[in-house]
Design a protein around this ligand. Structure first.
Ligand SMILES: [Zn+2]
Ligand SMILES: [Zn+2]
Length: 367
């Protein structure tokens, strides 16, 4: 770890994970930067995504304390000398990080970046340095660590947005909303008249429901154990819902379609749901898997399982598209959001875990 001499240090506040399962504690820290290709962003708001929550619960006590958060949105405060695309005062939504140099990155597929894991889960820059080193914690989660008053990002993981738009609503576009909608529109390329079932109607699943309605899929079947979410799924575009606490999933789907479905998004991560997803697929159908779970290598009848990363999205292209659809009233993802103050971060996480809140967003500073 090299200490950069002469670098400006910013005093910030950030929510630090020091114990498995939390709670997160808001602490004063020192953040270096920005480097030549980096952008210092004052965070206005940040979504909380299930990957943040899972990381808290799975955190290994031997690991360094970390700053999580990867759905930040804010205002550019300072840019490195090599940054061309944004300037101080610009409004930005932050998304996942990529290296920008490998084959997939150069051919416009950053979700297939060969250094995706290191860039997003390495808790350092790709060169191994860490802007939080003076404070003894690790950051750079998804190239942002947005549970903080300030984040360091790069041009590769920020999207410039209009100053007229509310950054607190836009923040979850950077991961969960992009993932759900992108799975339907990019990874699977769902087309008009095809059938789709969505197992798990949280933020990713409901974004997928809205996208499926936009592309004209029919039927669109939401499956969940939470009646509040199923109600919302129907309002946002699901043609049918199945409460799998009380009703069988595969025969329920067959009652609706007369056979199976062309696509299943299996978002619950539950192995028994994966088996049901496979059983519910039509021949040549596809099941989309999330959270890194791996599917079976081969399935009968031309069926296949694919692993989804961030909905196959190029954030600089896809997030503006989702914002346009939102402005046209076709993609009302703001209906998933509940706002909290930054100091309420642990309550927001608890509400999301219980399923009472679909997409918690922390308001960190004034827009
Ligand atoms: Zn790459
Ligand atoms: Zn996420």
């Amino acid at each position: 770890m090299t200490q950069r001499s002469g670098v400006r240090v910013h005093k910030i506040r950030a929510a630090v994970l020091r114990n498995k399962g939390g709670p997160l504690k808001i602490e004063s820290l020192e953040l270096e930067g920005p480097c030549e290709d980096e952008v210092l962003v004052r965070i206005v708001a940040t979504g909380i995504c299930h990957t943040d929550i899972d990381y808290c619960d799975d955190w290994d006590a031997a690991a360094k304390p970390v700053v999580l958060g990867h759905e930040g949105a804010g205002v550019v405060e300072e840019v490195g000398r090599g940054v061309k695309g944004v300037k101080r005062g610009d409004h930005v939504v932050l998304s996942f990080q990529s290296c920008g140099q490998c084959g997939p990155c150069r051919s416009g597929q950053p979700t297939a970046c060969r250094r995706f894991y290191k860039a997003n889960f390495g808790f350092g820059r790709l060169d191994g340095s860490n802007a939080f080193q003076r404070s003894g914690v690790h950051g750079h989660f998804f190239g942002q660590s947005s549970f903080a008053t300030h984040s360091l990002a790069t041009e590769r993981n920020l999207v410039k947005v209009s100053r007229d738009l509310p950054l607190d609503i836009l923040s979850p576009l950077g991961c969960s909303i992009q993932t759900g909608a992108g799975t339907v529109m990019n990874s699977l390329g769902v087309s008009k008249g095809t059938s789709i079932a969505i197992f798990g109607t949280g933020a990713v699943g409901l974004a997928a429901v809205m996208a499926a309605r936009i592309v004209g899929a029919n039927p669109i079947i939401g499956v969940d154990r939470n009646p509040m979410r199923l109600e919302l799924a129907l309002e946002l575009g699901a043609t049918h819902v199945i409460d799998n606490r009380h009703a069988p999933v595969v025969s329920g789907i067959s009652d609706i379609t007369g056979s199976g479905v062309d696509y299943v998004l299996e978002i619950t991560g539950d192995p028994s749901m994966l088996q049901l997803a496979i059983n519910a697929l039509n021949p040549h159908g596809t099941v989309a898997l999330f959270t890194g779970e791996s599917g079976p290598d081969s399935l009968p009848g031309g069926r296949k399982a694919i692993s989804i990363v961030e909905g196959g999205a190029v954030p600089q292209l896809f997030i503006p598209k989702l914002i346009s659809l939102y402005q046209e009233g076709l993609f009302p993802f703001d209906r998933l959001v509940k706002f909290y103050g930054f100091s309420e971060i642990n309550r927001a996480i608890a509400d999301a875990k219980r399923g009472d809140t679909i997409k918690p967003v922390l308001r960190v500073s004034e827009q």
